[in-house]
Structures are given as structure tokens and as C-alpha cells.
Design a protein around this ligand. Sequence first.
Ligand SMILES: [Zn+2]
Length: 189
Amino acid sequence: MLAKITKWAVLIIATTAIVLASFSTTILASASNPTPSWGSWKDTTITYQTNTSSSYYKSVWKNAVNRWNKVGVVQLKAAKSGEKADITLTSSDTLSTKSGQLAGYTNYSYLKKGDDNNQIVSAKSTLNRSLLNKYNYTKSQRTNVATHEIGHALGLSHSADESSVMYASDRYASIDHQDKVGLQDAYQN
Ligand SMILES: [Zn+2]
């Protein structure tokens, strides 16, 4: 049987992740290009739900949410009880990944509406507790990983710049100027 596909858009489900950074990186001082993006939500008000029983991880996610809200481009709001959240934030102790080296990852689905114009319809970001513990990530480094994953959930792609929170292998960087500009660019249209 053929799957029915709508005329105007194709729903795509994908995953992206942050890999383990177990060594210190050199932070380059640079005036960089904006962080690239792969899509955006239809609205700049986006709901989230923290789906973990750990108060520690609830607070890690909350800190990361606050950082993105501070940028002033999108507003992440806690979903009301019974409401289906746009973004689910969680953590896992039993995360099994191909490489086993992912500190966190984000699953998302989006409507493909043309080049560079993907509309995100759902996202779920997960922190890999076992790896974060094994490699002694501090709370602030875990918050950086959480911030990176929410960046994906908001539509940002990886940056080649080590001072960007969207650098693919990093625990040290938080939101940088280039990330703010990248988010602005993604939500401008
Ligand atoms: Zn990533």
C-alpha cells in the first residue's frame, strides 16, 4: 500500500545529536557567520514540557529554556497540563545509540515546504544521563548540552565555529552572538 502524501508538504522525521567532547577545546575569538538553520516553527510562541522525574534535570532544562527566551526571538512557554507540548524535554539513563557517544540528541518532524523553508511540527530532546555522569559533565556543561539540543528543536543546525553553542562536539560553549543572529534569521520571514 502506498502512503498518502499531502500535495504541499512531506512530513520528515529526523534526528540530530551532540557528540561527546571529552577534551578541552580552544575557543577561537572570531567574528563569525550566523549559525545556520534548517527550519523554524510557524509561531514564535512555542510550548514545551519537561518529561523527567528528576528535579536536577528539570532545572537543567529550565536554565536552557531561559537562555533561549533571553535572546528575545522566540518565547518558550510551559505547556498547560493536558495540552500537547510542541517540544518535549527529557533525559535517559538507558540511551542506546549507534556510537554510544552521544551526550544528547533531538528527534524532530517537519513539513518540507521548499529549500530552506521547513516548518517544524514536533521535537523531542533527550539528555544522555549515563554518558554525562561517566564523563563528569558539570551542571553548567549539562546546561550547555541542553541548550544545544533546544537549539536544534528551534531549527538551528550545527556551526563549524567552536564558540557557538551549536558546535557539534562541545560542552563548553553557550549561546553566542552568531547563534542569536542565526535564530533571528530563521524566524525573520
Ligand atoms: Zn547537535
